[in-house]
Design a binder for this molecule. Sequence first.
Ligand code: GLS
Length: 841
Amino acid sequence: VQASIPEPQREAWARNHHKAFQTKEDFEKEVVRHVETTLARSMFNCDESAAYSATGLAFRDRLVTRWNQTQQRQTFIDSKRVYYLSLEFLMGRALDNAMLNANLKDVAKAGLDDLGFRIEDIIEQENDAALGNGGLGRLAACFLDSLATLNYPAWGYGLRYRYGIFKQEIIDGYQVEVPDYWLDFNPWEFPRHDVTVDIQFFGHVHKMTDKNGKPFCHWEAGETVQAVAYDMPIPGYDTPSTNNLRLWSSKAASGEFDFQKFNSGDYESSVGDQQRAETISAVLYPNDNLERGKELRLKQQYFWVAASLYDIVRRFKKSKRTWKEFPDLVAIQLNDTHPTLAIVELQRILVDLERLSWDEAWDIVTSTFGYTNHTVLPEALEKWPVTLMQNLLPRHLQIIYDINLFFLQAVEKRFPQDRDLLSRVSIIEESQPKMVRMAFLAVVGSHKVNGVAELHSDLIKTTIFKDFVEIYGPDKFTNVTNAITPRRWLHQANPRLSDLIASKLGGYDFLKDLTQLSQLELSLNDKAFRKEWAEIKYANKVRLAKYIKATTDVSVNPTALFDVQVKRIHEYKRQQLNIFGVIHRYLTLKAMSPEERKKQQPRVSIFGGKAAPGYWMAKHIIHLVNNVGSVVNKDEDIGDLLKVIFLEDYNVSKAEMIIPASDLSEHISTAGTEASGTSNMKFVLNGGLIIGTCDGANIEITREIGENNIFLFGNLAEDVEDLRHAHTYGSHTLDPELLAVFSEIQKGTFGAPHDFEALISAVRDHGDYYLVSDDFHSYIETQALVDESYRNQEDWVTKTITSVARMGFFSSDRCINEYAEEIWNIEPLQVGSEFPRLKKQ
Ligand code: GLS
């Protein structure tokens, strides 16, 4: 079959090459064409949703041409590629990002205006691509943006969930989950019905011999499911480089349904097979920092990993290189342990299918993979029952046992007689039931392991992977501190601030080299600049205040201090500490005379975030926040001095509005529990200050921006263990101010006390694992310091400008360059003349 066009006819193709629009007139033509043909509508029934779809399609067409060129070039140059395997990509909206990255937002704005639409309304039409839970998934999205911007040859691989993270509704103060069916019409994806892979499950393993008498294993599977590729083009900023995010969708391998069953009258079960297959990619597990060991989750993991590896190997084979060269062309990064089975799958492909020797194969495997750890929380560390793995993936379990055997033999050789060490590091936990420890498998099968902030990378070396540091030496372990893309989190989320910065720095180059922000310190005394800086913050607060009024019917005063905590709700992130602090503030205000009250700093406490549907403590916290809000917000003694808001359904697009409006944000996890945190960086980059613990990336933020520009409080990570021990075995006295808060709750001031008993008793009766009481006083005092600082607005503005100027380190471009150099060993593609650079607007 002829795959490409013969030479003589190629001229006709070249002549008709799709030309990406560049002008307003051409953009309008594209939009109208899509409305009238793709969408089969006209100017008489084109609503905002249709206008969004057509605009999205116009930009997608543009991206796809560039995507094709990028891929052709990468194949032609035959350079090493990195594959980022992540079960979550929290992309948010694509249109605004695509317009800005192409420097064509003004063109689109003018064009849409001509056609009768406001660009802001069109952007608002888009559903978030919410294929992730929180920081881990959003980090993957920031990384894709940087990989494309820096011209690295890179692909993302993930699952195309039909339902992303649920939508959160608040009904009578309680969280209610609503399914997020986001795919109704998604102009950003390309179904590739020609790119399919059959994925196997269950069955048996047979020992066979080949024609040369060599033994090998044959896996005869019991079930086959088909993976279909859907591609999302990922634009880089100010470059034609367009990378690919390939998401796999599952369907029954036999086509629509089993006709034999159907013809024999078993209609239901023939449709059932189809549905069972489709279930695999149906829904994102809504847990952040928690693994619940469900069989379907393991199926998802293998389905995705096997399809991705098949694809990667197929691409490698086209290069006609020898297997030994595989790691010279392929780097695979494991985003957490979720894709760890890829290690086993590659070993299986090389040994069982390609018939390499075990050792040859294992060398290739371990040179290919890198593993990023994102948490030390014990409940988040993945372990799978051996019996479950045996049933679902019988050959993979055998290979895991062999990997473990050879690993333990090597350990035994170096540390003879240390039985204890062997059982501590074994990939198989000899528990009842036996478990496969995925993090250990990931460490053993990778050449580099990294944590995501300095403290966290140190912690993994002294806790969960301590023995592995002994075994492999310290060089296998490294740190790459997380970061964020300034394109989305400054330029897109806060255009006025981005423009103001550009006016001082002589253009937008800082978006590609964030260290240039440091020059802002030269403008600290520029009055007009400072005024504009403060006005932008105020305007962002006014916008948020309007949104709060529209969604909660509470009026907040935009001159008050906006204090924001938005992130997943989790006990370790300590939203309970925040709300207890708010109650303390309320009681203090209530006890004051009207005269005294007048001297107090008004505040709006804003919360937002989702709780995992089965996480009761987190749900109690949401309930308490809402109930406190409904009491405080209508208390006439208090008025504007304190408002408490819970914003429903926190997601990426809401973050883009909320973050630029914050004066203060809270990153107050128990020290040693938050691996990095990344929203802390987004808030500071948008001219907000932080109240936080010495945890995760807060520490490095402090180092960069200076201690005077951050409000730190609380116990240090190194003291946490001792404090917990003392709670359990010593006398545990609680903070008296916190006890006063508890008694107010128990009086029923904020609704039936019974509803909040579990929250109180976790602190009072169950050892206060998260050290809420230990840190309470320090927290309250530091909040008082914040009030005082905020009063001095000149000083506050100086702090925020200085902080922004010092945030250069936290661009995900820096982060990706570190991965590229230290872990992947890849080079960016040179963007040459045949692949012209975009001109600046
Ligand atoms: C997380 C950590 O909890 C965050 O601290 C971190 O910023 C993020 C990205 O590295 O990864 N791990 C996790 O399971 N969910 C996260 O958000």
